[in-house]
Ligand binder design. Structure first.
Ligand code: ZN
Length: 136
């Protein structure tokens, strides 16, 4: 039997917020603003095309592990019908995305070929680029 993995493997998390069409883009923009108002996170580029393993438009929320217990439940209550992929960042990006992730809303396909099949340095959350002023 293999050893249990330790949560210290997780350097940070990503939440990828997907959208398709004008109404979902509006909802995603509103969600992005609401997150920025409430959480010290790093908001990523607003992609209006598929990028990497993500098969539709999306933006990324990169966050420290200590934020998981507030940000993820807040997203559960406020995703407004959008699909959100929450995945850990360990040395195994492929496993992080395909096997060890959770979905809020409907699960979407991922482009497996775009994920590395070797270990990489675990991705850190990066510098916070929000200035929250509201309580979650
Ligand atoms: Zn990611």
């Amino acid at each position: 039997m293999s050893q249990a993995r330790r949560i210290e493997e997780i350097a940070s998390y990503h939440a990828h917020v997907y959208f398709e069409g004008a109404a979902q883009a509006d909802a995603a923009r509103r969600l992005r603003t609401r997150v920025a108002e409430r959480f010290p996170v790093r908001l990523g580029t607003w992609w209006e095309k598929p990028v990497g393993p993500h098969d539709r438009s999306m933006f990324q929320i990169a966050f420290e592990t200590g934020l998981f217990a507030t940000l993820v439940p807040w997203l559960m209550l406020n995703h407004d019908g959008l699909s959100i992929l929450v995945h850990p960042n360990t040395a195994d990006q492929r496993r992080d995305h395909l096997a060890d992730s959770i979905w809020i809303g409907a699960r979407l396909p991922l482009d497996e070929a775009a994920l590395p099949d070797h270990e990489t340095a675990p991705e850190q959350a990066g510098e916070v680029n929000t200035a929250p002023s509201l309580q979650p």
